[in-house]
Design a binder for this molecule. Sequence first.
Ligand SMILES: O=P(O)(O)OC[C@H]1O[C@H](OP(=O)(O)OP(=O)(O)O)[C@H](O)[C@@H]1O
Ligand SMILES: O=C(O)c1cc(=O)[nH]c(=O)[nH]1
Length: 179
Amino acid sequence: MTDRENLLAEILKKAVVHGKVVLSSGMEADFYLDLRRITLDGVAAPLVGRVMLDLTADLDYDAVGGLTLGADPVAGAMLHAAAARGRTLDAFVVRKAQKSHGMQRRIEGPDIEGRRVLVVEDTSTTGGSPLTAVAAAREAGAHVVAVATIVERGAAGKMAEEGIEYLSAFTLQDLGLNA
Ligand SMILES: O=P(O)(O)OC[C@H]1O[C@H](OP(=O)(O)OP(=O)(O)O)[C@H](O)[C@@H]1O
Ligand SMILES: O=C(O)c1cc(=O)[nH]c(=O)[nH]1
């Protein structure tokens, strides 16, 4: 089986939770994708790194990150998968609010000013989270080449509207779930 096939099997086995839930946007849904159970899983996380690198192989970027918390382990997995392939890829974390002490930074990690960066997510419903990260990265002087998410569950239209290239490893159809 390929990494992508193995990752899909892991998501189906470990992350799909049926039942009424309130989402980040306040919308209600009949299922939840708890992708932290994937991105922080010892078997699945290495697959996330490789699958997301493969997904974005045609893009030119040298740093990856997104809005904490969902994006953080995705970026970390990609950094390590890249290192295993002999490629240097930095990661960054966009805070939900600027830190008020210490270095008082909104974006943590190596400086992204003037660099080509990829914004990532674990799953995207409205796209509000990655768009917040895109805005913060641009404000920090980075060039955002695209947004990439593990599972797309509704944000594609918004990304197209914003003129942002948007890639996903899986759609709800791949998971056998209806939108
Ligand atoms: O496309 P959106 O409408 O933005 O929804 C998806 C977001 O929701 C979840 O995070 P959540 O907001 O629950 O925050 P957390 O990462 O801090 O747990 C998920 O990790 C995405 O970041
Ligand atoms: O939209 C969300 O908040 C959301 C949906 C989902 O399936 N998983 C998740 O972590 N967040």
